[in-house]
Structures are given as structure tokens and as C-alpha cells.
Design a protein around this ligand. Sequence first.
Ligand code: NB4
Ligand code: NI
Length: 186
Amino acid sequence: MFLMKDIVRDGDPVLRQQAEKVSFPLSDEDRKLAHDLMEYLEVSQDPELCEKYGLRAGVGLAAPQVGVSKMMASVMVPAEDENEEPVFKDVIINPVIVSNSVQRGALTEGEGCLSVDKDIPGYVPRAARITLEYTDVDGKDHHLRLKNYPAIVCQHEIDHLHGTLFYDHIDKENPFSKTDDEVFIY
Ligand code: NB4
Ligand code: NI
């Protein structure tokens, strides 16, 4: 199981590398990585376990964040009502954003990253909607449209696979500037 000590921090070159494509069928090692990436999210989103293991809660975790430069990330976006099924939950492998909406969106609260210890305030403008293609752990291909919160989370994770960190997108002169065609996402 991954703990905070396993999470690579900003400054480590692995976070700035282009990750390698994953080949199928998955090796046992890659299958375990996929499992462990999702396990981190599940454990971190349980308030008791999160506290017990001293984790920072997460809705996504990309392989480079645990020092593995491969195109794999876990995403678990819970429903507002915690008794409902998650809005989106999967390990996305070799993900590609095949189209972006013209409309932009940013999380109201800005973004944080498990690999970035300090708070960096500012809006992180992204596409409000994306069309995503990826392969799951069973080798099944997926093609789907995501909007708002799950779309933002997937963009944050896919950025990690290309060596980009959220603050790269923040306007340095005016971190809270907002364009007309930009919506807030909660
Ligand atoms: C990835 C996210 C940063 C912005 C928005 C949010 C949290 C992360 C980073 C977009 C993607 C991790 C991966 C949260 C969180 C809401 C849901 C469910 C119950 C607590 C949890 C808290 F923890 N970001 N952390 N940051 N990253 N929402 N929530 N809640 O997930 O660095 O690359 O458990
Ligand atoms: Ni991150």
C-alpha cells in the first residue's frame, strides 16, 4: 500500500518526464501498480483510514507520483451523496484526450497536488468537457465524454503523464483572472 513517504515530491525529475506507454496484456507488475494506485484513493477517501495512515485525501493519483514513469493513473470521483456509486472510478491506462470543449472551466477552490507540498493559489483553467479514450486493466478500450469535476480530475492526472503540474497553468501575473468563457466547477 502506498503511503505519503512513497509519493514523489516536486523537484524530482520523474514528475517532469513524458511517461512511457503501457503494453497489454498487463505484466503482473503493472497490474499491481494499477491496484495500488486505486487502493490509495479508496483508503484516502475513508476519513478513518486516511487519518490512521496519515494520508492526504485524493481523487486521483498518477504513476509518476509514485516514481513510475508509465501512462497510468487512478481516478475516483465520489458522488455528492456518499451512499451513491462514484461518478467516475477507474484506472486509466494510455489515456488520450481526443477532444476538448471550447468552454473553459476551473475549480473554484483552485487545485492541490499530492506531489506539491505548498499551497499555490490561483485558478487552473482547463477544458470544461473532454472526450477521453483509455484502456482499463482488463485491456478493454473506453471512449467517453466527461464534464465538469471528473473532466478536471482526468486532465490533472493526464498532465502528470506528460510532465505538467497544475501550477504551470496558473497565470503568474494575475492568478485569479478569469476569461468570459470560463465557468466555475465545484
Ligand atoms: C488531484 C486533484 C486536484 C485537482 C479536488 C479535490 C483533492 C487530489 C489531487 C483536480 C484533481 C491528487 C493527483 C481532494 C478532494 C473531494 C472528495 C471525498 C472524500 C476526501 C475527498 C476530498 F482530496 N482534490 N485532493 N487532491 N493528485 N477534492 N476531495 N472527497 O486529489 O495530485 O495527481 O474524501
Ligand atoms: Ni497531482
